[in-house]
Write a protein that binds this ligand. Structure first.
Ligand code: ADP
Ligand code: MG
Length: 260
């Protein structure tokens, strides 16, 4: 959503809205000979929703994984809230906990209940008591509309429900931002909206989000900015309106003609 000074100062998120939260500076990444990220520069401000869009293989997931330090980079710097991503160790675990991640393929812990899925991280990494984590976890499951599934196993839930649990699990860590990498791509069509609605709510609440998605409806409703990637480069960076109605590059035009 549009950063706004008039938003109520109820939390740090709103007070500090608009400052850079994620800064990606001159990063490069190779897989062997393949140059997957080519001198990427990007800034995501607090409270901002950035949609990353682009053809398969353009480096979108690699960029997300680099920001969460699930992937190393060859050179360049990534900072989150002013702190450079550490190489490893305890510091890394903490920094990673600040970045919620939701993947295309739900990735819930299959042998844990839904409630355990949302309480494990807060107990282990944030040091919450089991009782506190469960109270908070249930509230989050309620918020994404799956509280009545809390004691089931993930496999007993629909894809849309599992993905909403994955979002609740990410939120349970009280992350500074959330990365969602094609969160609706593996879902049956009738379940896409229930997940997008949760994402739109989050955006409206001021969560900083980086979302890889081709869902134009979401981009139009929630995104402040669209980043279009192709062949490991950021080719365009503009408003959703501008991107979908008036793409500048031939690569974006070609891409849009295929998906729209
Ligand atoms: P996107 O998410 O935009 O589809 P990816 O970031 O997944 O793109 O992949 C970018 C390129 O890097 C692709 O050519 C892909 O095949 C390659 N790639 C991704 N992960 C690996 C890996 N672990 N090892 C080797 N190549 C990879
Ligand atoms: Mg991908």
């Amino acid at each position: 959503m549009e950063p706004s000074d008039s938003s109520p100062a109820t939390s740090n998120i709103t007070v500090r809205r608009g400052e850079p939260l994620v800064v990606v500076k001159d990063i490069n990444k190779h897989y062997g000979e393949l140059h997957v990220l080519k001198n990427i520069n990007a800034v995501v401000n607090r409270g901002e929703v950035v949609v990353v869009i682009g053809p398969s293989g353009s480096g979108k997931s690699t960029l997300c994984r680099a920001i969460n330090r699930l992937e190393t980079i060859d050179d360049g710097v990534i900072t989150i809230d002013g702190v450079k991503l550490p190489e490893e160790g305890k510091e890394l675990a903490h920094l990673r906990a600040d970045v919620g991640m939701v993947f295309q393929a739900f990735n819930l812990f299959a042998h844990k209940t839904v409630l355990d899925n949302v309480t494990l991280g807060p107990i282990k990494v944030r040091g919450l008591s089991k009782a506190d984590a469960e109270k908070k976890g249930l509230a989050l499951l309620e918020r994404v509309g799956v509280a009545n599934q809390a004691h089931k196993m993930p496999s007993q839930l629909s894809g849309g429900q599992q993905q909403r649990v994955a979002i609740a699990r990410a939120l349970a860590m009280e992350p500074k931002l959330i990365l969602l990498d094609e969160p609706t791509s593996a879902l049956d069509p009738e379940m896409i909206n229930e997940v997008l609605e949760v994402m739109v709510d989050l955006a409206n609440e001021g969560m900083t989000m980086i979302v890889v998605t081709h869902e134009m409806g979401f981009a139009r409703k929630a995104a402040d900015r669209v980043i279009f990637m192709a062949d490991g480069e950021i080719v365009e960076e503009t408003s959703p309106e501008e991107f979908f109605t008036n793409p500048q590059s031939t690569r974006a035009q070609d891409f849009l003609s295929k998906i729209l």
